[in-house]
Design a protein around this ligand. Structure first.
Ligand code: XMP
Length: 329
């Protein structure tokens, strides 16, 4: 392994020499570990010539915007513009049920928000931003022709990976990818040195399209998003309270677009069902479903039905990957 202090110093030196004194740099923060560590490192090198954007696409988890903005601003002092584009995203997604179409719309809307941010910045600064920071990791980059003895290599052949290449190519931004030689555990170590809170560094991955891939069908149906946020929060909090969060690669709730009969109080109900999913994995390519204790599941299921209006049934997803994917869409 490499000494992360050295990696940090070296990267800062490289960034400082690459970015000229009048250059400005932009970065889209997802709320995930990689973009946060990348931005923090670049900020350390060039200060407030870095300009970050965080987009609320209306598909975020419970209190996600407050939580990540808190970390960005209070803990890391990153210059971040938070754009609430939820109305725009959700109106474009209304009535759309095809999973790939949903992804395309979310990608397109993101680019339009990012474009507007970049133009506003240009007006304010009187010049175009020249660089874009991306939190690309080593596993996202395929080695094409490794020079002998070099260990790891820089390369630009990119796997068709969800997180890579989502921004417009005609923006002519040069890329800064300070993590592209690192593995995930090394990024966490680097983050620690950069004072990113440890709790943040251990966060489970969260997909770019957010809750949209956890609501089969139209994401705007009924109060699906609101229900999903509440159920997900109860599930994740219970996992943290049980001390098993770090054993799990990813855990979340899925909204099931069906209604089933229940009996709550003396009333028959006809309400929604939700599914819980938790998996262990090394890299997300394959995954095993996680074995919860029965008592844990019983407690969570009761808590969900007792406190989330509109839910009367809780199911557990007991499929691994393959044959299922981790997300439901
Ligand atoms: P699947 O569902 O394909 O997910 O087994 C593997 C990992 O990738 C994440 N994922 C996504 N991440 N955009 C993302 O940024 C996406 O469209 C997307 N789809 C899946 C998923 O959460 C899991 O960690």
């Amino acid at each position: 392994g490499w000494k992360m202090e050295d990696v940090m110093e070296e990267e800062i030196k490289v960034i400082k020499s690459m970015v000229g004194p009048d250059d400005h740099v932009i970065c889209a923060l997802s709320g995930g570990v990689d973009s946060t560590v990348a931005a923090t490192l670049v900020h350390k090198a060039i200060g407030d010539r870095l300009h970050c954007i965080f987009v609320d696409n209306g598909l975020l988890r419970y209190k996600e915007q407050d939580r990540v903005m808190g970390t960005f601003e209070k803990d890391l002092h990153l210059p971040v513009t938070c754009v609430d584009a939820s109305v725009q995203f959700l109106s474009e997604l209304k009535g759309v049920t095809d999973p790939e179409k949903k992804r395309k719309i979310i990608g397109k809307e993101f680019i339009s928000v990012f474009d507007a941010f970049s133009h506003d910045l240009e007006k304010k600064l009187g010049r175009k931003p020249t660089y874009l920071v991306q939190g690309t990791l080593y596993p996202d980059v395929i080695e094409s022709c490794p020079p002998p003895g070099s260990g790891r290599t820089h390369s630009h052949t990119i796997k068709s990976h969800h997180n890579v290449g989502g921004l417009p190519k005609d923006m002519k931004l040069k890329l800064i990818e300070p993590l592209k030689l690192l593995f995930k555990d090394e990024v966490r170590e680097l983050g620690k040195i950069l004072d990113v809170p440890v709790g943040f560094l251990k966060r489970h991955p969260f997909p770019g399209p957010g809750l949209a891939v956890r609501i089969p069908g139209d994401v705007t149906q009924g109060n699906a998003l609101d229900i999903l946020r509440q159920v997900d929060e109860i599930f994740i909090q219970a996992i943290k309270d049980a001390g098993i969060y770090d054993e799990i690669w990813q855990a979340f709730a899925v909204f099931l677009p069906i209604k089933t009969t229940g009996v709550q109080g003396d009333q028959r109900t006809h309400s929604n069902a939700v599914a819980l999913r938790a998996v262990t994995s090394q890299d997300g390519m394959t995954a095993d479903w996680y074995y919860f204790e029965h008592k844990f599941l019983d407690d969570v299921s009761r808590k969900i039905c007792n406190s989330v209006r509109g839910v009367n049934r809780v199911c557990l997803d007991i499929t691994s990957k393959p044959p299922s994917t981790i997300e439901w869409e």
